[in-house]
Design a protein around this ligand. Structure first.
Ligand code: SF4
Ligand code: SF4
Length: 150
């Protein structure tokens, strides 16, 4: 199936993450960019702290990786999300399509697979567009702590 046929099949409504092909898996990502932001752990409380500091490879306009195929050469800590991680990573946003499918939840109406492109998700402020800075431009961590409202 080509991309259009895959989208028209609404495969995410009847396949588990494990059952998805590589193409189906990649299409599922909404490109919000939230998984490309640094998270911190409070040493005293173990609390998870979110920041507005983005990986240097994140394209801040499109919110997608600027060198996805070779990303581990430049960012060796970049995770490769899989079904197990989608079920267990505590910091994936509640909007993350992989997390939602893992939790048997539908995709949100603004997801590009349903809306056709990213305009609706940007209108509803679901991506990090316009809200983050690159790691290379950050100041003190205290200046970058945020609570994302998703
Ligand atoms: S948080 Fe999930 S949906 Fe958003 S970019 Fe990351 S993997 Fe894709
Ligand atoms: S290397 Fe690419 S996919 Fe990985 S965190 Fe950075 S921008 Fe995101």
């Amino acid at each position: 199936m080509n991309r259009e046929e895959l989208i028209n099949s609404h495969y995410w409504e009847h396949k588990t993450l494990e059952e998805m092909s590589d193409d189906e898996w990649e299409l599922l990502c909404d490109g919000c960019g939230h998984c490309c932001l640094t998270k911190l752990i409070d040493e005293d409380t173990d609390e998870l702290i979110y920041t507005n500091v983005a990986c240097n490879l994140l394209d801040l306009e499109s919110c997608s990786c600027s060198n996805y195929m070779n990303r581990h050469t430049f960012e060796p800590d970049c995770i490769k999300l899989d079904a197990h991680l989608a079920r267990t990573l505590p910091w994936l946003p509640p909007t993350c399509a992989y997390r939602r499918i893992a939790e048997h939840k539908p995709l949100p109406f603004w997801h590009p697979l349903l809306a056709g492109d990213k305009r609706k998700m940007n209108r509803y402020a679901k991506s990090v567009k316009g809200k983050v800075v690159h790691e290379r431009n950050r100041g003190e961590w205290e200046e970058h702590i945020v609570v994302w409202k998703l």
